[in-house]
Write a protein that binds this ligand. Structure first.
Ligand code: SAM
Ligand code: SF4
Length: 335
């Protein structure tokens, strides 16, 4: 069987896509050079922003066109988007929790694989999220927070620690893992020539103990993704982020105190409902003050079912985009 796997969205999806690809290759299937050549096209989807959703839907429509003159082509849609909405005219539809089932649904039995040879390995430590940031659809499509059993994490870690160069611990908020600094310290003391990273850290739960562990163990990377989302207290409150700009600055200061060469990256949403020009300027001032190593900047995207979607004072789409473009330009000038 020749397959194409199209992946969209976050690191969690990269992880799932890599595992599905490994399984299919291990069972003797091959990657098709083009969609037309494929026997199966798998879409591993994301619906965090409307632009991603529309792009994926248009790609699925193209696959359906191929299927019209090649009826044996199987189309599988897995992940966030299929958890959110029905998608007609496809053969396999699976949400995020059972996305790996696509392998068996394609008639391929799951294999126990030898140690992954890839340079980068991703290990889930939590699934789902129940923070309910008011703009975010993740809790609705990925479900409540679930903690992965420690033995499973250690077992997966032991499989990759001697082959992978970079190992990422993944969770929507890794700090929600009970005793996260302890887990990090334990893994950082294992043998192997690896660098340990984690994604993402939620500023509200990011604790000094984690910073101290990062500073103590040489195998932990000096980088942290700490999504700020916005640099204005009024908007942070509306976003339900549960930290203030002062809290955020404190964590940045601590990181820089304990780890002077730390790389801090962030996510920022522009044009959240109620954001005035003055509010946006507060975000600009924070960005200039903190001097992030990189920032992923998004215009706010309405997601049906979230609290922010129903908030008053929605910002015109052009303004959201203009603010995002301005911030990207400010970041570019600072780099
Ligand atoms: N769990 C991580 C956290 O809390 O920082 C973030 C995960 S989210 C899938 C990745 C990023 O997408 C967020 O940090 C946010 O900046 C962005 N995002 C989520 N919902 C969005 C929306 N409705 N509009 C624009 N950007 C959004
Ligand atoms: Fe979404 Fe907030 Fe959960 Fe991150 S912490 S996944 S932004 S609800």
């Amino acid at each position: 069987m020749k397959f194409v796997l199209k992946n969209y969205g976050c690191q969690m999806n990269v992880n799932t896509a890599a595992k599905i690809t490994q399984q299919l290759l291990a069972a003797g299937h091959t990657v098709a050079a083009t969609d037309e050549e494929a026997d199966v096209i798998i879409f591993n989807t994301c619906c965090v922003r409307n632009t991603a959703e529309q792009k994926i839907l248009s790609h699925i429509a193209l696959a359906k066109q191929i299927k019209r003159h090649k009826p044996n082509l199987k189309i599988a849609v897995i992940g966030c988007l299929s958890a959110k909405r029905k998608i007609s005219g496809v053969d396999i539809l699976l949400g995020t929790d059972n996305a790996m089932d696509v392998v068996e649904k394609l008639g391929v039995s799951l294999q126990t694989l030898p140690a992954e040879q890839s340079a980068t390995a991703y290990i889930d430590i939590t699934y789902g999220c129940e923070n309910y940031c008011s703009y975010c659809i993740v809790p609705f499509v990925r479900g409540k927070l679930r903690i992965r059993p420690r033995e499973e994490i250690i077992a997966e870690f032991n499989q990759v620690k001697n082959t992978a160069k970079d190992i990422y611990l993944l969770g929507q908020n890794v700090n929600a893992y009970p005793g996260f600094p302890g887990l990090l310290a334990e893994l950082a003391q294992q043998d192997g020539d690896f660098t340990l990273h984690f994604l993402s850290a939620h500023p509200k739960d990011f604790e000094i103990k984690t910073i101290q562990v990062m500073a103590q163990y040489p195998k932990i990377a000096h980088d942290v993704h700490l999504p700020m989302q916005c640099g204005c207290d009024k908007i942070l409150k509306l976003m339900n982020r549960k930290y203030t700009t002062a809290d955020y600055l404190k964590k940045v200061e601590l990181l820089r105190k304990y780890i002077p060469d730390i790389h801090i990256t962030t996510d920022i949403i522009c044009g959240f409902p109620g954001e005035t020009e003055e509010d946006f300027n507060e975000t600009v001032a924070m960005v200039k003050k903190i001097k992030f190593s990189a920032a992923y900047i998004f215009p706010y995207s309405n997601r049906t079912g979230t609290a922010a979607d129903k908030m008053p004072n929605q910002v015109p789409f052009q303004t959201r985009k203009a603010r995002a473009t301005k911030l990207v330009e400010i970041m570019r000038k600072m780099s």
